[in-house]
Design a protein. Structure first.
Length: 165
């Protein structure tokens, strides 16, 4: 198993997206911090995955496509567009992937690569939020459309039970 941490939007959304993928063994939802400019905790998920089943490149592509990776909006401190890496080698690989994925967007990607420092889990009642609350307006408005996008763009990487989104 490999591990990567991803931040960009609401961690409820991010958790649901990565839970839906083949090769993802565990998604931990909460807050992640790094160092210096990113030392404050920001909403994120830690994803444990099998790179033989879902390559890091695909995880990053999905991450970029399912949050606003090109906008410096006013909530970026809470929703930092980031990829938190666990080694120098992983950071180099992620930076290379980000350069390759820039062609998917008309604007510059603002997502930054940081070394992972710490994780704080969300409260139990908010974990696996989408599965527990699919019919709530927040889920219907924000999470379901992102999962439907995945169904169209990355269907081969979705778990079988995710196809009934």
């Amino acid at each position: 198993m490999s591990t990567i941490a991803l931040g960009g939007g609401c961690h409820w959304c991010t958790e649901a997206i990565f839970h839906a993928l083949k090769g993802v063994d565990l998604v931990q939802q909460g807050w992640v911090s790094s160092f210096e400019e990113a030392e404050s905790f920001s909403e994120a998920v830690v994803v444990h995955f099998d790179p033989e089943l879902i390559p890091l490149e695909i995880l990053i592509e999905i991450h970029l496509l399912t949050h606003n990776a090109t906008s410096m909006h006013s909530m970026r401190k809470k929703y930092r567009s980031a990829i938190y890496t666990y080694s120098e080698q992983q950071a180099e690989e992620v930076n290379t992937i980000l350069k390759q994925k820039a062609t998917l967007f008309s604007k510059k990607i603002i997502t930054k690569v940081y070394p992972f420092q710490a994780f704080k889990s969300n409260e139990e009642r908010y974990l696996n939020y989408y599965e527990k609350n699919k019919s709530k307006p927040f889920c219907k408005t924000y999470i379901t459309p992102k999962l439907q996008l995945l169904l169209q763009s990355h269907k081969r990487y979705l778990q079988e039970d995710s196809k009934a989104i």
